[in-house]
Design a binder for this molecule. Structure first.
Ligand code: HDE
Length: 683
């Protein structure tokens, strides 16, 4: 019986993890057998200049362990970052589901969330154009529930059997392993053109959604249709949404590529620092619900994972909130070893027949067996449920539980026929009693065969800047495709989505415009546009470009007001150390022109200083110009004003200078809250 099982009660995940956490600081060094080590610099040798001896068990243990430190990276979603937190439901969801963690608003459920990119390796950059994984493990009293979602609500394919093909196409090409973490290459676009069910998802991955500003500013989606089942056994179809409290925001493609060079850990660091600073990322859980009777009420098949349920037609009911409030202690032990599985469900949550979901139910256990080296990965601290667990499964690599007694089979009389299955009333999981009456076929339902209508819906729902970004993304990606035939096929395919879109990027990539007529489909869904998302100044990073003898009183006032509004100013100058203000105040420099870059901030506050030289001036002006060309807010006071390119920036939207300091500060904060000024003409 495991330690947990002996206690036979639920515990908090934090308490449970603490039992497995050690701190080596201040301790004497030992081998893994507990033997104190007297020396750790020199291997055991036959004479000072002689050969190393086989007998040196300390050397062998240390080296062997090191040699085995790596495990296979995830075949997809290899690069990830995670944090702990908690979830609380706003009101009981009893009417729809009996899931215990969705009943009581006063109850908190511990969670562990891992965000990821999909295509790149573990060491790739955070800002790849890609979907993002958004996996949540709820440690509930009824067992672990995993909501393994993405930040895009649809998928490239409709049947799991095509997943290896999709991933082979998007991963680096096999002959030369180029390019890393990018879909801008021949095999991916060849797959797209020849598997047209991908049209809708490709619209999302070419949109700003695929280059988020932060994991804290990303929606999450369960993608598939699941079921809620209540105490009476009544089922409803449900789609899950995570809505970030800070709104859904992105960077632009030029920034994304530069961020990958300047700070490939941009998203990781952002999440880590937000949690360390107490700016806990929050996401509301929403559900869209369709009753069993209304299964066929939509113009699309609700089992098709390439379709959304437009929020204007089927509203998202907000049912609870998740707060991420604790960073991991150890990346490998927690983030790398966590094992998610869409099949980890609790009573009250069940599957639909979405053929993509059905295939995932096999793949996730299979992959952990290889990645985590055997069937006992559920015993790893991060994966253990917080409720006790008992069954007759035994042995295998790395088994930790010491099962007492000689009975490990069911049924038995020697242990009073225990452990025994629980009845429904006792919390035993019962699969939803769906009636199936069918022929065995390898086929796809006719109702899955419209691949373009919702891709057009997405296009119709975008603002003008978002449409421009889509055209640029297609032009970039296909501009990297060598095969002219593939480029032409993609243009022809997306003519079915929008003639305006396809004609524009056809022009940029040197192939013929699509033939035919526009679809004539005019419906749009405003919820799809990020322009309509919440915009706040909170946690936006403003870089303060500043030098010696800065105008102290003004700067101190502006910084104080920015902080009051939750904005995070960071100080940048030409070297590290302390800066003196004209009023005797001091500021410590966080970054220099060498260690930071314009693309790493949301806005610029140009202050300058009366003693700065030409080099400072030149570097600052370049920095500010880049922020300007990325449509970011810029504020300037005193010696900061000459740093602006006033011929271009004078009276430009979002460029704030002049006026009394109070008025300047209010206008600057307003501009920070607006995020970007797309109406700027950038040359
Ligand atoms: Fe995954 N996916 N997937 N996937 N997926 C994995 O499991 C798979 C799909 C998603 O942070 C793997 O543990 C198949 C859709 C996330 O650890 C693997 C199919 C969605 C993560 C796997 C899909 C996802 C994974 C690789 C088509 C959004 C990262 C390592 C049927 C709803 C989990 C692992 C983490 C990871 C298989 C499609 C999300 C191989 C076969 C759709 C967020 O098992």
């Amino acid at each position: 019986m495991s330690e947990d099982a002996k206690v036979n009660k639920n515990q908090s995940k934090k308490e449970q993890l603490e039992k497995f956490t050690t701190d080596d600081r201040g301790k004497k060094m030992t081998t893994n057998q507990g033997l104190k080590v007297s020396e750790d610099e020199f291997s055991l040798k036959a004479g000072e200049r002689g050969p190393t001896l086989m007998e040196d068990f300390h050397f062998r243990e240390k080296m062997t362990h090191f040699d085995h430190e790596r495990i296979p990276e995830r075949i997809v979603h290899a690069r990830g970052f995670a944090a702990h937190g908690e979830f609380q439901v706003y009101e009981s969801m009893k009417e729809y589901t009996k899931a215990g963690f969705l009943q009581d608003p006063s109850k908190k459920t511990d969670v562990f969330v891992r965000f990821s990119t999909v295509a790149g390796s573990r060491g790739s950059g955070d800002l790849a154009r890609d979907a993002r994984g958004f996996s949540t493990k709820f440690y509930t009293e009824e067992g672990n529930y995993d909501l393994v979602g993405n930040n895009i609500p649809v998928f490239f394919i409709q049947d799991a059997i095509k997943f290896p093909d999709l991933i082979h196409a998007v991963k680096p090409e096999p002959h030369n392993e180029i390019p890393q973490a990018a879909s801008a290459h021949d095999t991916f676009w060849d797959f797209v053109a020849n598997n047209q069910e991908s049209a809708h998802m490709v619209m999302w991955t070419m949109s700003d959604r695929a280059i988020p500003r932060s994991y804290r500013m990303m929606e999450g989606f369960g993608v598939h249709t699941f079921r809620f089942v209540n105490e009476q056994g009544v089922s409803h179809f449900v789609k899950f949404h995570w809505k970030p409290v800070l709104g859904t925001h992105s960077v632009i493609w030029d920034e994304a590529q530069k961020v990958n060079g300047k700070n490939p850990d941009f998203h990781r660091l952002d999440l880590w620092e937000a949690i360390e600073n107490g700016d806990y990322p929050e996401y509301e859980l929403g559900v869209q619900i369709i009753s069993n009777e209304d299964e066929f009420s939509q113009e699309f098949d609700i089992l098709d994972p390439t379709k959304i349920w437009p929020e204007e037609d089927i509203p998202v009911k907000i049912i609870g909130k998740m707060t991420l409030n604790r960073n991991v202690e150890n990346y490998f032990a927690e983030t790398e070893q966590v094992a998610f599985h869409p099949g980890h469900v609790v009573p009250g949550i069940d599957f639909s027949n979405d053929p993509l979901l059905q295939g995932r139910l096999f793949s996730y256990t299979d992959t952990q067996l290889l990645r985590l080296g055997g069937p006992n990965f559920h015993e790893l601290p991060i994966n253990r449920p917080v409720c006790p667990f008992f069954n007759n499964q035994r042995d295998g690599f790395g088994r930790q539980t010491i099962n007492r007694g000689k009975v490990s089979y069911h049924k038995n009389s020697l242990a009073d026929n225990t452990p025994e299955p629980a009845s429904k009333e006792e919390g035993g999981f019962e699969h939803y009693h769906e009636k199936i009456d069918a022929h065995k076929v390898r086929a796809r339902s006719e109702s899955f065969k419209d691949h373009f209508t919702q891709a057009t819906l997405f296009w119709n729902s975008m603002s003008k800047p978002e449409k421009d970004h889509l055209i640029e993304a297609f032009s970039f990606e296909l501009g990297k495709v060598e095969s002219k035939s593939v480029r032409q096929q993609v243009v022809d395919m997306f003519g079915n989505v929008s003639m305006e879109l396809a004609t524009n990027f056809a022009d940029a990539i040197g192939v013929n415009p699509p033939e035919g007529e526009d679809t004539g489909y005019t419906k749009s869904s405003p919820a799809l546009s990020q322009e309509n998302s919440v915009k706040k100044p909170d946690t936006r990073k403003v870089v303060v470009i500043i030098g010696q003898n800065y105008s102290g009183a003004e700067v101190n006032y502006v910084l104080k007001e920015l902080k009051k509004k939750g904005v995070q100013p960071e100080i940048l100058s030409n070297k590290k150390g302390m800066l003196q203000g004209s009023d005797g105040s001091e500021l410590e420099v966080d970054h220099t022109f060498l260690t930071a870059d314009s693309v790493l901030f949301d806005a610029v506050y140009a202050v300058g200083g009366s003693e700065e030289d030409k080099k400072f001036f030149k570097q600052a002006a370049l920095f500010i110009h880049e922020a300007y060309s990325h449509f970011k807010p810029i504020g300037a006071t005193q010696e900061g004003r000459p740093l602006l390119h006033l011929d271009e920036m004078e009276d430009a939207p979002g460029v704030i200078y002049g006026g009394e300091i109070e008025e300047f500060t209010d206008r600057f904060i307003e501009a920070i809250a607006a995020h970007r000024f797309w109406e700027r003409e950038v040359v």
